[in-house]
Design a protein around this ligand. Structure first.
Ligand code: GUN
Length: 283
């Protein structure tokens, strides 16, 4: 048996088409959702991500600004910029590309962004709302995974989800969102003993580690759903954390890399920005 491949790319395109229509309607009503992305320095991977965010915004007709700052920008200067963007009524979403250089505290920056404009969903107020099951901005990759599972008609309630990786960006929040939907959630990480014992129990296995082929068919239960969040470059080629060829012979559903989870992340950022604009507009 070969697994059904869940293409986030196709779903992302469909959702972006719907958003394009929504943005056009909002424009007619005098509301112009706007995202501002801030990047410090010229790290090629980060630059490529933020350019992708820019392009995606433009393609759905959404206003967006990219603010490129030198790598030696001080923490104070960045905090002042964030405060100006917080006050700017034409700006609805603020995203500071992480990681920031070592002389600046990630957490301080995250906490400086007005939670109403925190389209990353990283501010502690929004994280707390997510934890307590309230409506808020959810971090984009976890939210994208939830939408993919739902659109693929995969039941979450009562399922045993095993997550490998416990980052604030992906592992922890995706576990929380799944728990909110009544899954039984196991978090595995670098100190977990006998990883395979856990992965073999998963009805839904989410792999967000950043190590090529850390999971293969032998680690997966027959009929499991496998979500690969890895983005690794091997010999110039993009690959995930899962050995796709062996995994697809065991899984019932699997996401590829590329064209899997990746395109959903930017899509949910656009979604969050439109949501922020509507919320701010409606007071
Ligand atoms: N760096 C890598 N992914 C992300 C993201 O989703 N948001 C921000 N702000 N920085 C990132």
């Amino acid at each position: 048996m070969s697994a059904e491949v869940i293409y986030g790319k196709q779903l992302a395109e469909n959702l972006r088409q719907e958003m394009k229509e929504e943005v056009s309607i909002l424009h007619e009503r005098g509301l112009r959702p706007k995202l501002v992305v801030v990047i410090l320095g010229q790290d090629p991977a980060s630059m490529s991500y933020v350019k992708g965010k820019q392009r995606a915004s433009e393609k759905i007709g959404m206003d967006s600004d990219l603010i490129e700052l030198p790598v030696d920008t001080s923490e104070q200067e960045l905090l002042e910029l964030i405060e100006r963007l917080n006050q700017d009524e034409t700006v609805h979403g603020i995203l500071v590309q992480l990681p920031v250089p070592d002389h600046i505290s990630d957490q301080k920056i995250i906490e400086a962004i007005n939670p109403e404009k925190d389209v990353d969903g990283f501010h502690p107020e929004n994280v707390g709302k997510m934890l307590t099951g309230q409506d808020t901005f959810y971090p984009c990759t976890p939210y994208g995974i939830m939408v993919m599972l739902k659109r693929a008609d995969i039941t979450i309630e009562g399922k045993h989800v095993v997550i490998i990786g416990r980052s604030n960006l992906v592992g922890k929040p995706v576990g929380q969102l799944l728990l909110n939907e009544n899954a039984t959630v196991t978090h595995c990480h670098s100190r977990t003993k006998n990883l395979r014992h856990h992965t073999k129990q998963a009805d839904i296995l989410i792999v967000a580690v950043g190590k090529p082929s850390i999971i293969s068919g032998e680690d997966i239960k027959e009929g499991a759903v496998v979500i690969d969040v890895g983005v690794n470059r091997v010999d110039g080629k993009l690959t995930g954390d899962v050995d796709f060829e062996s995994a697809k012979e065991v899984a019932s559903h699997i996401t590829p890399v590329p064209k899997g989870v990746g395109p959903m992340t930017i899509t949910m950022l656009l979604h969050n920005t439109i949501k922020a604009a509507k919320r701010i507009h409606n007071g």
